[in-house]
Design a protein around this ligand. Structure first.
Ligand SMILES: [Fe+2]
Length: 453
């Protein structure tokens, strides 16, 4: 099936989803959109895409948004999308900051299927100190995307947190992850050897879908999702009060259904004490939520960042027990984004490399000096491509793939990986597991009416 055919079918499935959700059949849909029934039938069959003027009309007559009817473009139909170093070079553009050429950007592999935005960036300005207030350092205002940065050359990294500016000297192989909206910058330390990084930005849970919802709610209501300044951000008391408020449950009622005294519940609700495990279990059961919904969460970032130097990071052979295992080094990470994993893999020099697969979108970049072979399984068909130094690639979740030494090379190849969760991560993945495989397969391409006449 070509991507055009696949896109048309997926567009038809989206129209069916809208009609099913709004409880419309084909005849009522055609009448309300003011078109012939044949057109609706052909879209639902996947023979043609709904014309855009009808998408706009649908968004006027029904309580939906245009994008509810617009399918995602799949630009990685084999499961993998590769960008060569030469293609990256063609995308070169220089951006100025404060009137001077500051950064040279190049795109690396991206896909419309994932919100990963990986850029190769060279620093065009050099400094001769580590002063974060050096006027030669041009700061940005921060951005909504999380940023994982891998340092390809020695570079000064600048970051700001709660009004305080800091600088850290980074070297090749170091990495850092930074929180959204924290201003940051980079500069070269040596004009003869410019700083060079891979800036891999990706949407967290608040990006993409959630951001659209926040936009529609407006700034005032959007801000209410976080507690007032000075209150615990995600402690048990906040979670307990939120779920009680959602369910219009009183402390007296909760006390009755849990057997926990009102006085004790009052202390817990005011954050004066933390619950014992058994109390949390009983409260969760009484509120009809999962226990994990009442587990508080804290950040492990310091000043909005977490660093791992090239000498740090747990290293192991993976998979365990394999004589052709990869050597894997864990790069910078934070529990704030548990589904983002930066890894550095050394490709085994001999033997058949073991296959890897996970539920995250995977970005890779050959940052070593040796090529390697990327092999992957495309729905039963084995494919492979040579990844030269500077080449990059994107791999869809659950696509089985392996990195093998190139027959032309006797050097150990190195690959940088950043794996990032998509929309089926965290709570959505737990829900998916409960719905089961049959339901998920149906959700991926369901074009049937929800009932038979
Ligand atoms: Fe950035």
């Amino acid at each position: 099936m070509t991507e055009a055919t696949s896109y048309t079918r997926r567009s038809g499935a989206l129209l069916r989803t809208v009609l099913n959700d709004l409880k419309r059949d084909e005849a009522s849909a055609a009448r309300e959109l003011g078109v012939e029934r044949d057109l609706i039938d052909s879209v639902l069959r996947g023979s043609r895409v709904l014309p855009y003027d009808l998408v706009e009309r649908a968004a006027q007559v029904w309580p939906i948004n245009e994008r509810d009817l617009l399918a995602v473009h799949d630009d990685a139909p084999t499961g993998v999308r590769i960008m060569s170093a030469q293609e990256s070079l063609v995308s070169t553009r220089v951006l100025r900051r404060g009137g001077v050429d500051y950064y040279e950007y190049r795109d690396t592999a991206m896909s419309r299927v994932s919100a990963l935005r990986p850029e190769w960036i060279r620093m065009l300005q050099a400094v001769d100190d580590d002063d974060p207030n050096n006027p030669a350092v041009r700061w940005n205002n921060g951005h909504l995307l999380f940023q994982f940065t891998f340092f390809l050359e020695d570079t000064n990294y600048y970051y700001q947190w709660q009004g305080r500016r800091m600088c850290r000297r980074m070297s090749r192989g170091d990495s850092v992850v930074g929180l959204p909206y924290a201003p940051h910058s980079f500069a070269s330390r040596n004009p003869d050897r410019p700083g060079l990084i891979l800036a891999l930005t990706y949407a967290g849970s608040i990006g993409s879908e959630a951001q659209r919802e926040l936009g529609a709610l407006g700034p005032e209501l959007a801000g209410s999702f976080a507690p007032q300044d000075g209150q615990s951000a995600s402690g048990f008391s906040s979670l307990l009060k939120m779920h009680m408020n959602n369910a219009c449950t009183t402390l007296a009622q909760l006390s009755q259904s849990t057997g926990v005294s009102s006085r004790r519940l009052t202390d817990l609700a005011h954050g004066r004490d933390r619950p014992y495990d058994q109390e949390r279990q009983r409260i969760a059961r009484a509120l009809g939520v999962a226990e994990r919904d009442l587990l508080s969460r804290s950040t492990d970032t310091e000043d909005g960042v977490r660093f791992v130097t090239s000498q740090q990071g747990p290293v192991c052979s993976y998979p365990a027990g394999s004589h052709t295992a990869y050597r894997v080094r864990q790069l910078a990470r934070s529990c704030v984004t548990p589904f983002a994993r930066g890894l550095e893999l050394r490709v085994p020099l001999t033997g058949t490399a073991p296959a890897l697969s996970c539920g995250l979108h995977e970005y890779g970049y050959n940052h070593g000096s040796a090529p390697f072979v990327l092999g992957w399984n495309d729905d039963g068909q084995e494919r492979e491509a040579c990844i030269e130094p500077g080449d990059s690639f994107y791999i869809k979740p659950f696509v089985s793939h392996a990195f093998t030494r190139s027959p032309d090379s006797h050097e150990a190849a190195q690959v940088l990986l950043l794996r990032v969760g998509g929309h089926v991560t965290g709570d959505a993945a737990l829900e998916a597991a409960i719905l089961g495989r049959a339901a998920l397969r149906r959700a991926a391409e369901d074009a049937e009416r929800w009932y038979h006449e």
